[in-house]
Design a protein around this ligand. Sequence first.
Ligand SMILES: *Cc1c(COP(=O)(O)O)cnc(C)c1O
Length: 403
Amino acid sequence: MDKEIFDLILEETSRQNRGIELIASENYASKEVREACGSILTNKYAEGYPARRYYGGCEVVDKIESIAIARACELFGSKFANVQSHSGSQANAAAYRALMPEGGKVLSLVLNDGGHLTHGSPVSFSSHLYNFVHYPLDVEGRLDYENILKIALEEKPDVILAGYSAYPYEIDFKRIREICDYVGCKMMVDMAHIAGLIAAGLHNSPVALADITTTTTHKTLRGPRGGLILTNDEALAKKINSAVFPYYQGGPLEHIIAAKAICFKEANTDSFKAYMASVKENTKACADEFEKLGVKSSGSENHLFLLNVLDSFGINGKEAQAKLEEIDITTNKNMIPGDTLPPNKTSGLRIGFAASTTRGCTKEDAIEIAHIICDYLSNSKSQEECVAKVHTMTSSWKATEEI
Ligand SMILES: *Cc1c(COP(=O)(O)O)cnc(C)c1O
């Protein structure tokens, strides 16, 4: 009936299969997750929460949503979960509303150092509803907890926010909790990027420490596109629920909630733990190989790292991103600590291995990827030669529709 869209889905399938996906926030969801997303559950209106709905006929979706909630709580060791947020941004909006009144003060990371748009960007709702102040990374690009404490004592925020979009090292959530307790403020963690590592026990967990933890479900967690909010505090859980619905959202996406339930089950398996361990290993192997090749790399303790392409290849992040697309490698430009270029150019690239590892990228592949990128950005090998290597590698991996 709609050949136009059908053909474009085929075109995108081909793009996903041909290329090496190194965008750190992306992944490939399983067939089971995708089938739930495309299921008849999309037909149901279910405003409200299980057993407290505004509509009839919710007895089945009540069971689905209750399972999703129970599995989220089990996976992350949380008492309460809200699985209705349509995205990570929506989850953050609801969390802020539950934590403080409008105009409340949040202390979060400098956006150019790796904070998310919803952590106080002028183009996001967040900076208009709340008063954001920021802590920087140190000159080495690491969190400086002493400095966070110092700024918190000066600024007296209502909330300290941790969890980032481009931070390649482990975050010490216990330290952040101590700072919050010392200054007497709430702690919020946005674990959108590292939720998969936390689920797998490969990063210390904020869930028992933070007042509220938010996440996306589609990044390292490998589920459907969506958000999740966790807390152990019953009073906060009630506030979160009314902030998600009816304040910010209408009817929940029960097809996506079913897919989230499947994702939480998948993430609670030994095979997921093994997958996340490979992601970490591949990321470190690639980051370290760049270093060996003389390229300035942040190194990595999680699923991503940053490259300084300006110093290493004399081109900015925007140019490097465009050049790598010529050989079917997808990355994104990213600010690096102390960046001298604006956010629309940047000196860096952000590279992650969550997606490619799902398709079967090995440690050897990850090391070869560093060589291909280096060869192409330094103009020492031709486009034909590099793209051929990329296609040879991806043709040995699983196809996106088979995952
Ligand atoms: C990706 C991300 C989000 C937002 O997720 P969306 O689903 O795109 O709204 C929020 N916080 C952090 C730290 C992220 O990396």
